[in-house]
Design a protein around this ligand. Structure first.
Ligand code: URA
Length: 235
């Protein structure tokens, strides 16, 4: 847990400027875990209870928004019952407890967002917001026009009727085809099941975009903070 100087902690919490906070400490108005602080070098973490004139200082945890290029072979939950590596293992140096926004399969790579902002997660994952997710897939064979039409119109996977989607052929790769697929739902293994429903197996799957946020050239296994502008456009 990050330790910071008490005066900085008070300033971050919006109690006073650092200089004013130092004065408050000197005046004996600040306590840490019920003990009045008498010298200036004290550091605190979010585990400590800080009070000013006996009133607890409430700090709101800083919100973080991260994009990761997930490699195949990582689960997108915080913990895995089988002990497999998780996307959280790839995001080092972040003090806050962050969670993946939605899921990518173990065998899917590409863009996944992580945050400690529950409201943001809700907005992005609730089906009513219909946020487009764009995938590139290599599928077996070469899809026919009527299959693409069925895919785009929406089809039945198990008991679920999928919404209209987009399906674009990008390249023929030997006996396989590289395609770009856009859906706004997030049913379990949905892209794989939709492709299978039109007779083509997904060989590789990578997510390249969520709403306006594109993976770009972020290397596999690497992460970065979203820019303020990216966060704004998602909201
Ligand atoms: N659709 C899938 O089939 N798998 C994913 O990981 C994401 C979407």
């Amino acid at each position: 847990m990050l330790e910071i100087r008490l005066q900085k902690f008070l300033a971050h919490a919006g109690i006073a400027s650092r200089r004013k906070a130092e004065e408050m400490i000197k005046q004996g108005r600040v306590a840490v875990n019920n003990v009045i602080v008498e010298n200036m070098g004290v550091t605190v973490s979010s585990n400590d209870v800080v009070t000013v004139d006996g009133v607890p200082v409430i700090t709101e945890e800083k919100k973080v928004y991260i994009m990761l290029n997930k490699p195949v072979g990582f689960v997108s939950t915080s913990k895995d019952q089988f002990g497999r590596p998780t996307v959280i293992d790839l995001v080092k140096d972040v003090e806050m407890r962050i969670y993946p926004v939605g899921r990518l399969d173990y065998d899917t790579s590409g863009l996944i967002l992580l945050t400690n902002d529950g409201d943001f997660t809700y907005r992005l994952t609730h089906p009513k917001h219909e946020i487009n997710k764009v995938y590139e897939a290599v599928i077996s064979g070469f899809p026919k026009d009527n299959e693409i039409k069925r895919f785009e119109a929406g089809l039945k996977i198990e008991d679920y009727q999928t919404s209209p989607a987009k399906f674009l052929v990008l390249d023929k790769q030997g006996v396989n085809t590289l395609v770009r697929i856009t859906i706004h739902e997030g049913k379990n293994r949905q892209v794989r099941k939709m492709c299978e429903a039109i007779g083509h197996k997904v060989l590789t799957l990578k997510r390249i975009q969520i709403g306006p946020i594109a993976l770009g050239n972020l290397p596999e296994g690497k992460w970065r903070h979203l820019s303020d502008n990216e966060i704004k456009t998602l909201y």
